[in-house]
Design a protein around this ligand. Structure first.
Ligand code: DER
Length: 236
């Protein structure tokens, strides 16, 4: 089974939680992409109806529109029944790192408004502690004096050997990556562990130039993990 096969397995399992009439948070990324496709397929087959989708990014909005999934927003639906989304890392307490796809702000807003938040991952995403893999922990920041914010973020986690880097657009032109909200992303790379997540979250959020970060603490209600030996569901 390829990694994408595993992502698809986890995504399809999560869509089993979807009932007709639900207002759904639609995630962003390659795993969530399978879940959104599956929802569209079941709607077309008439196996699901009266679904309203709340997308977590412009690209998920486009995907959902192309599938004919009726869409709305948080202004109209401030409480959602269920969100399905991927993650970059999942620790043993079901805390997450998200945002390597750049959609962390809208994801956190939507998934924070849901009664249930089901995370879908292939087994490669499971970690003992967040940030230890040396991969990015994203922070959305305002463009104004971004370098000032980069420096303050890096200083916050000096002991953890943190390096903070402004994310550049994939087109190689060296321009800063722009989120759907016209903000920038600073990626934090930890050598050691992040340590107490709540303390780290509080310290990051105190910086005036910070909009939101990619640690989703105590937010997931279940994680569906697809591995070589099959599917595991971990409930909070
Ligand atoms: O950017 C995000 O938060 C995505 O959900 C990401 O964390 C998971 O993306 P993937 O399913 O493509 O690995």
């Amino acid at each position: 089974l390829t990694q994408d096969d595993l992502k698809k397995l986890a995504a399809y399992k999560a869509v089993d939680y979807v009932e007709s009439g639900m207002v759904l948070g639609l995630g962003t990324g390659s795993t969530a992409h399978h879940a959104v496709n599956r929802i569209g397929e079941l709607l077309k087959q008439g196996k699901l109806n009266n679904i309203i989708g709340i997308p977590t990014s412009k690209r998920t909005e486009e995907q959902a529109l192309s599938l004919g999934i009726p869409l709305s927003d948080l202004d109209t639906h401030p409480v959602l029944d269920l969100a399905i989304d991927g993650a970059d890392e999942v620790d043993t307490y079901l805390n997450l790192v998200k945002g390597r796809g750049g959609s962390l702000l809208r994801e956190k807003m939507v998934e924070g408004a849901c009664r249930k938040f089901v995370v879908i991952v292939d087994e490669s995403k499971m970690v003992k502690t967040l940030g230890g893999s040396g991969l990015a922990m994203p922070v959305e920041v305002v463009p104004f004096c971004w370098n000032f914010t980069v420096t303050r973020l890096q200083n916050l986690f000096r002991e953890a050997g943190c390096v903070a880097k402004l994310r550049v657009a994939a087109d190689g032109g060296g321009k800063p990556y722009l989120t759907d909200n016209a903000n920038y992303i600073v990626d934090l790379y930890f050598k050691g562990e992040i340590g107490d997540l709540k303390v780290a979250s509080h310290e990051i959020m105190r910086l005036a130039g910070v909009v939101e970060h990619g640690m989703f603490i105590d937010m997931a209600t279940a994680v569906i993990i697809a591995g070589e030996r099959g599917i595991t569901v971990k409930n909070k």
